[in-house]
Design a protein around this ligand. Structure first.
Ligand code: PLP
Length: 395
């Protein structure tokens, strides 16, 4: 077979051994992806936690097409548009936050949150607050700032030159330090660490926290853990919430840094005070992406998406019960529809993932953990198909 040279360089992928013939997706159909060989595989990882209502949902496709014809893009640097306005309103309503600052990728929302925190403390006359606390095994993205807040060695160890130090926090004594700008946490579950469930006590220190509390809902937001946002289950009162991934239902890149009035108000002043937030991206508030997000949020109501998520979580919990005692399984972890099955044998993640693909299931292992983070439009039959295939592969 002649090797077709590709100019495409893929993220987190060893290109020397990547075989495009084995994995080229050409179509999305509901909860499935179709590859170039015509194989139809269940997207059991929601294309890395982005797809919510299935691929190509007609309501989202229509909203995108209509908005593209009306207003494709207009900068939000010193200007606004009605779609971004409406989405800001809607996100604040849903999250209990008061202002929305838009970007595109999750990591960009994290960068904005860091700079927002630093500039906030300068305006408040406490410029020494420059340190950031985080959880152990955290992950907040791959840009320099987000990477500095992350704790997964293989992702960051080569890039020390562009990182700052962040501090893993344990208790209230840490969060009371007077040089801390903000504490950033993933709520309930740390997805990139292999669906690691965070002990609830870890969040207790944040309830009476002097520094700002930044909640990263990029993976957990929009129903994945059962509620619209995971922090709702933790009795947390965040100052800043970062959202991304599922915000558009998975169709387009969009992220937002949501803030309280306390933060926003600190940035108000006369033009010559130079208190505006010194941060922004070209596609912030892109109308097409915002229209997709509004369509996705309407689907949550129309299709009872959170109820469906509860059904998926219950069905999965049932199936996990028997897997938990399987001789090849070390541990099963679940937060709503975010599920990890950790295998005992080191190095068994990828072979298991590849075998699952042959059984019509697409997932991407994290180390030795097989992940199941299905679209919230999945049926009981889809859930069963995943667990049946996993049991067959493990047998
Ligand atoms: C919790 C969390 N934060 C941030 C990010 C970064 O988002 P993005 O990949 O869109 O930059 C991710 C991505 O997986 C994530 O899981």
């Amino acid at each position: 077979m002649t090797h077709v040279h590709s100019r495409l360089w893929l993220p987190f992928t060893q290109m020397q051994s990547f075989d495009a013939a084995s994995r080229t997706f050409v179509r999305g159909e509901g909860n499935a992806l179709v590859d170039a060989r015509g194989a139809r595989v269940y997207d059991a990882v929601s294309s890395i936690w982005t797809i919510v209502h299935g691929h190509g949902h007609p309501a989202i496709v229509e909203a995108i097409a209509a908005q593209a014809a009306r207003l494709d893009h207009a900068t939000t640097l010193g200007a606004t548009n009605p779609v971004a306005e409406e989405l800001a309103e809607r996100l604040c309503e849903l999250s209990g936050m008061q202002y929305a600052f838009f970007a595109s990728d999750g990591a960009s929302a994290i960068e904005a949150s860091l700079k927002m925190a630093l500039q906030y403390w300068q305006h408040r006359g406490e410029p020494r607050r420059t340190r950031f606390l985080r959880l152990v095994e955290s992950y907040h993205g791959d840009t320099a700032g987000a990477m500095s807040l992350s704790d997964i060695a293989v992702f960051k160890s080569r890039f020390g030159a562009v990182q700052f130090e962040s501090i893993p926090f344990a208790d209230a004594a840490d969060v009371l330090r007077d040089d801390v700008a903000a504490v950033i946490v993933e709520p309930i579950v740390q997805a990139a660490a292999g669906m690691r469930i965070v002990p609830r006590e870890r969040y207790a220190a944040l309830r009476a926290c002097t520094p700002l509390v930044i909640v990263d809902e990029i993976a957990t937001g929009f129903g994945r853990t059962g509620t619209m946002f995971a922090f709702e289950q933790l009795d947390l009162r965040p100052d800043i919430v970062c959202v991304g991934k599922g915000i558009t239902g998975g169709a387009l890149a969009l992220s937002a840094t949501l803030a309280t009035a306390r933060i926003y108000d600190a940035f108000l002043g006369a033009p010559d005070e130079r208190k505006q937030f010194f941060h922004g991206h070209s596609y912030a508030g892109n109308p097409i992406a915002c229209a997709a997000a509004l369509a996705s949020l309407r689907l949550f109501e129309r299709e009872g998406t959170l109820e469906r998520a509860a059904g998926i979580a219950a069905r999965s919990a049932e199936r996990l019960r028997s897997l938990a005692t399987h001789p090849r399984v070390r541990e099963t972890r679940q937060a709503g529809t975010m599920i990890g099955v950790e295998l005992r044998e080191p190095g068994s993640g990828w072979p298991t993932g590849n075998a699952l693909y042959e059984h019509g299931i697409f997932t991407r292992p994290i180390g030795d953990t097989v992940q199941f983070v299905p679209p919230l439009s999945s049926s009981d039959a889809d859930v069963d198909a995943f667990f049946d295939a996993l049991e067959a592969v493990l047998a």
